[in-house]
Design a protein around this ligand. Structure first.
Ligand SMILES: NC(=O)c1ccc[n+]([C@@H]2O[C@H](COP(=O)([O-])OP(=O)(O)OC[C@H]3O[C@@H](n4cnc5c(N)ncnc54)[C@H](OP(=O)(O)O)[C@@H]3O)[C@@H](O)[C@H]2O)c1
Length: 340
């Protein structure tokens, strides 16, 4: 009888990664995650300022540093590109990388509009390469466990979700931040509000049927600094979500069902700390603890293993397009011109 090959994973070739730009998220989190991953290696990066890029990625032994993005995506020794460029450049450089025959892990939100997102999806289809939106929190065990409890009916039919994500972008002041620039598709909903939207979609299994929202753009700012929305999922099921750049750092996801509730106190960036999810059903409360884990490493290992074994990525492109449609619906409801 044929035996399954126990060495399949070990013998698969490591995925060779390239990174576009010396973005903060790349340098601090995703590049270290690739370097420590079990199935990938960081081969090359590109920066418009190669001296700064070389410094930023000095912790990666032997990494090639290109001075332009084009050279990186045409490097024949790269299998996958990680795209952490400003939101306005997600579509252009992901499409170019796909057309150059690379798989692409693209930062959230996938694009600026649904139309742009659809062009990216078409580029992935035409090239036969993988494209996935980098919602790293979906790989954290606390998220996986929470969604499983909900799917198994532990809290009954879900009727309401509260989810927030904010931080104070003025403390310390960073007026040149990409998040504050209209031309780079900044805004709090784009930057952090997209997480609650993605979480609600994961819980309800579909996008909202309607959105009612308000956003706030203080005088002198190019983009909204806070967004607040009621999302209607039909059949008496709602979500209240908010995002902000001018409130203290806070995040939460609370899911209320007809039989109980689940709260994730730090749902999106729990960091390398123990995480806890609180489940309350029929007067009983359980605190479920999760050991510290690098959710970025879980994300890049997942994407690399999809490349190695031809699997479909966990985060699907239709859902990414739905996320963009919800962002557009919120902005439309608030009377906020989008894209700016
Ligand atoms: N998943 C997460 O946890 C997470 C966290 C934070 C941010 N993000 C996402 O990651 C992306 C980057 O965020 P970030 O805060 O890391 O950005 P950042 O530090 O400002 O870096 C963006 C990089 O893009 C490159 N770039 C190209 N054209 C640019 C332009 N016109 N203006 C500014 N930069 C330009 C620059 O690289 P070079 O100059 O080196 O070429 C720059 O370092 C965003 O899409 C954001 O939503 C995700």
């Amino acid at each position: 009888m044929m035996q399954a090959d126990p060495d399949t994973i070990v013998t698969a070739e490591r995925v060779r990664w390239g990174i576009l730009g010396a973005a903060n998220i790349a340098v601090k989190y995703v590049a270290p995650a690739i370097v420590t991953s079990s199935n990938g290696e960081l081969v090359a990066v590109a920066s418009r300022n190669p001296a700064r890029g070389r410094d930023a990625y000095a912790f990666v032994p032997g990494v090639r540093v290109y001075s332009d993005y084009e050279s990186l995506i045409n490097d024949s020794e790269i299998d996958a590109i990680y795209n952490p460029l400003p939101n306005s450049l997600h579509a252009e450089w992901s499409i170019r990388a796909l057309q150059a025959g690379k798989h692409v892990l693209c930062e959230k939100p996938l694009a600026v509009t649904v139309e742009e997102g659809e062009q990216m999806v078409e580029a992935a289809r035409a090239s036969g390469k993988l494209l996935m939106e980098a919602f790293m929190y979906r790989f954290h065990p606390q998220t996986v466990w929470t969604l499983k409890q909900i799917a198994e009916g532990r809290i009954g039919k879900v009727r309401l979700i509260y989810s927030s994500f904010s931080f104070n972008i003025m403390n310390p002041p960073r007026p040149k931040d990409i998040r504050l620039q209209a031309a780079l598709a900044g805004g709090s909903l784009m930057d952090v509000g997209c997480y609650p939207i993605n979480f609600c979609r994961a819980v309800y299994g579909h996008s909202p049927v309607a959105a009612s929202a308000r956003v706030y753009t203080p005088a002198g700012y190019e983009v909204e600094l806070s967004a607040n929305a009621v999302l209607d999922y039909g059949d008496g099921r709602f979500a209240l979500i908010d995002s902000s750049f001018d409130l203290p750092a806070r995040q939460v996801a609370q899911v209320i069902g007809e039989a109980g509730k689940i709260t994730i106190p730090v749902p999106f960036t729990p960091g390398m700390h123990e995480a806890t999810v609180i489940l309350s059903v029929e007067g009983q409360t359980i605190h479920q603890h999760f050991a510290p884990v690098d959710q970025y490493r879980l994300e890049v290992e997942h994407f690399a293993s999809c490349i190695q074994f031809g699997h479909t990525p966990k985060l699907s492109l239709p859902v990414s397009l739905e996320n963009l449609a919800t962002i557009e619906a919120i902005y439309r409801s608030a009377g906020y011109e989008w894209p700016r």
